[in-house]
Design a protein around this ligand. Structure first.
Ligand SMILES: Cc1cc2nc3c(=O)[nH]c(=O)nc-3n(C[C@H](O)[C@H](O)[C@H](O)COP(=O)(O)O)c2cc1C
Ligand code: SF4
Length: 425
């Protein structure tokens, strides 16, 4: 596939406005503001089938239609540039290498939902991304693509780059809104949904960086072109896949949404490192269930990965080879979730701690026979019983590892040691 989202990233000085404009940049914004009404943009995005690239795959145009059409006060767009899911590093490529694409996507999308202000909420550790985006916003303002009366259209937009402090939970949309208001980043109960009461109580739409970066192409090249990409009607457009772990060539690769997982691992990634055997693969970041090697022909689209018992999520593929101890992998994942839980809900706060403690015990060869069922029982009590999806996400990887590789967990318990690193005994 001809690169779409990443078409500019290897051009020298791709982050500069002059380079972006020379490659056709901001023509889509011009077209939207001069030839389309806000609802036309929403309808085009809806017809394109673009599904959110932040994890849940919710149809973007449908979400935009939730915004009230009557304006009783400010409307906001929040561009979610927090990117904290372990294994995910695609949005940062767009921000560092093509910041004007992100800005143009935000500007057109803000126009569509009639937002007066667009917040770009960027992860605290993204120092380069912050600097690059800040300069790019200033360039865009000077050129009249942001600010008052953009391109003489009568539409005005203020863009605010807001830096978080690097908490995974601040990527959750309601937590992001709290954090944007300078409160502690803790998810809010829903309803009300953000389109009813968002940042400072005003209607807000939250979209991922990659989702918004698709919008200029839909406006410029049209719905039919967009739908010609992707492998089925429900999963359209280009997609960025993050590939990491035990592969020869980790990286961010662009192709159509829905290509087989095998193609990403073997063709783009050069296969498992050192010719070793594939043991387990996580298709959508650590909040998704691990898949077995016989599932790597699964198409990487939202529905097929779900049917295979996992989640496309942010398409953060983590490959584990045969040398990995999967109990250790479960411990690693739980350490992350235990550290990052905001602590608001008892099942999540206490559950993550218990899961970690028991998994560590098993990995050290000190587990009991009952521990595996105890782990599954704790997870059952966490799932669906928390304010946000973090609690469920925390269970996905460890649960899949226990269910699919149970003998490996049992071997740690009966052998009283880790068969991989010999710990315990
Ligand atoms: C714990 C947690 C962390 C999340 N982190 C991110 C993130 O870093 N970036 C992101 O775009 N979405 C993240 N999400 C999903 C957002 O809540 C939201 O669904 C998304 O930004 C919506 O954008 P989209 O419709 O364009 O996908 C996270 C969700 C949860 C539960
Ligand atoms: S599920 Fe966890 S992270 Fe989400 S609100 Fe509850 S305690 Fe916080």
């Amino acid at each position: 596939m001809q690169p779409v989202l990443t078409k500019n990233i290897n051009t020298p000085d791709s982050h500069r406005l002059s380079v972006y404009e020379a490659n056709g940049g901001y023509q889509a914004l011009k077209k939207a503001l001069t030839q389309m009404k806000p609802q036309d943009v929403i309808d085009a995005v809806k017809a394109s089938g673009l599904r959110g690239r932040g994890g849940a795959g919710f149809p973007c145009g449908v979400k935009w239609n939730f915004m009230p059409k009557e304006k009783k006060g400010p409307h906001y767009l929040a561009c979610n540039a927090d990117e904290g899911e372990p294994g995910t590093f695609k949005d940062i490529v767009l921000m560092n290498k093509d910041p004007h694409l992100v800005i143009e996507g935000c500007a057109i999308s803000s126009y569509a939902i009639q937002a007066d202000t667009c917040f770009i909420y960027i992860r605290g550790e993204f120092w380069d991304g912050y600097k690059i985006l800040k300069e790019a916003i200033a360039e865009a303002e000077r050129a009249g693509y942001l600010g008052e009366n953009i391109l003489g259209s009568g539409y005005s937009l203020r863009m605010i780059l807001y830096k978080g402090a690097g908490a995974y939970i601040c990527g959750e949309e309601t937590s992001l809104m709290e954090s944007t208001e300078s409160n502690r980043g803790m998810p809010r109960l829903r309803p009300p949904v953000p389109a009813q009461r968002g940042i400072y109580g005003h209607p807000t739409t939250v979209n991922n960086v990659e989702t918004l970066s698709n919008v200029p192409f839909i406006v410029e090249r049209g719905v039919d072109w967009y739908k010609s990409l992707g492998t089925n009607e429900r999963n359209t457009g280009p997609k960025l896949y993050c590939l990491s772990g035990h592969v020869e060539r980790p990286g961010v690769y662009e192709d159509e949404l829905g290509i087989p997982l095998r193609k990403i691992i073997e063709e783009y990634g050069g296969g498992v490192r050192g010719g070793k055997k594939l043991k387990a693969v996580c298709p959508g970041g650590t909040s998704s269930a691990f898949m077995t090697p016989d599932q790597i022909d699964t198409p990487m689209d939202f529905d097929s990965v779900m049917e295979a018992g996992s989640m496309l999520g942010s398409a953060a593929i983590v490959v584990l080879d045969e040398t990995v101890c999967l109990v250790q992998a479960a411990v690693n994942v739980m350490e992350f979730y235990h550290h990052e839980s905001c602590g608001q809900c008892t099942p999540c706060r206490e559950g993550c701690g218990w899961l970690l403690k028991i998994l560590r015990r098993i990995e050290a060869g000190k587990g009991a026979k009952e521990d595996l069922d105890l782990l599954l029982d704790i997870m059952d009590n966490m799932k669906g019983n928390t304010i946000c999806a973090f609690g469920d996400g925390a269970c996905m990887a460890p649960e899949s590892l226990i269910r699919k590789w149970r003998p490996e967990f049992e071997a740690h318990i009966t052998g009283k040691r880790c068969p991989f690193n010999g710990r315990g005994g």
